[in-house]
Ligand binder design. Sequence first.
Ligand code: AHM
Ligand code: MG
Length: 352
Amino acid sequence: MASNGGSNGYSSGTGTEKINTDIISLTRFLTEEQAKHKEATGDFTLLCHALQFSFKSIAYYIRRATLINLTGLAGSSNITGDDQKKLDVIGNDLFVAAMRGSGRCRAVVSEEEDEIIYFDDSPNARYVVACDPIDGSSNLDAGVSVGTIFGVFKLPDSVIGRKPTAEDLLMPGSELLAAGFTMYGASAQLVITMKGGSVNGFTLDNALGEFILTHPDMRIPKKRAIYSVNEGNSMYWTDKTKAYFESLKYPKEEGGKPYSSRYIGSMVADAYRTLLYGGIFAYPADKKSPKGKLRILYECAPMAMVMENAGGNAVDSNMARMLDIKPATIHDRSGIFMGSPEEMDKVLEAHK
Ligand code: AHM
Ligand code: MG
């Protein structure tokens, strides 16, 4: 039997077939991370196990949606005025149930719920999770990639043991303990980062039922000539934003090449591509939506944390660091520009 694996090797096998026998699953990754923190109680690891279970369940229902009549509208709209899809409702229910069941979550803020959901049966739980269970759901019925975005906050000691108020939860992204997203595309891709840590990407192996570490220590390319924005809104943009995108399409330098445009319309998918390939993703505030479209707590802040920890940058439409923006309400919105550091320098320069 040929083997070039072993404890630090990567693969073993017979003949020409190489099989990875030293697989790093998310479960193993979390256990190893926990071991690095002597003070850890294991609560965060348990919360992450519940998170990954919700992603697996949502992935499962998205895959089967067309077959089991889950496409189309649920007949209601959420707090932010969007029509809810049946899968929006199911995704939200799966997510909330997983968080409740973890016993480690005190409250959830969800795009699909008007109010904060409290778990009073876990009165001493330290974590609060903000989420958009199925972001980009207008793409669902066409089978286009969508995703779940999440951010985990740790409540300060002063709040433990009492019911946190909305004000307690209105924290800027710089207070996030962990954040990330799962994209449901050709495969389910989970990207997670912790405060001050690296960004790691996992791919769901449907046969094993495990997220496998496939993209360790993700770093966003420093630059790339790709922009991603809903250009249909350009008549509402500010002059500076218009001028910035024009400069990408009509470069001033002699022989300069214009940027490519890529826009899926699911933030998770557009952000994931931007993370891998580089470039810029934007949803600017504009005359029609002066506060922007995307929500701070569960869309902008978690994505900004991923971008920063991968070596990128994220700002709001006033060019202020996205992670410093404190939402005024749980569903507060913001404009956002994020992506490769050198592309972001151009955004800042154009909006001076
Ligand atoms: P949703 O949370 O209701 O799905 O809306 C958020 C989505 C983002 O995924 C995406 O970036 C944006 O809305 C697309 O909006 P538009 O259709 O205006 O381009
Ligand atoms: Mg959504």
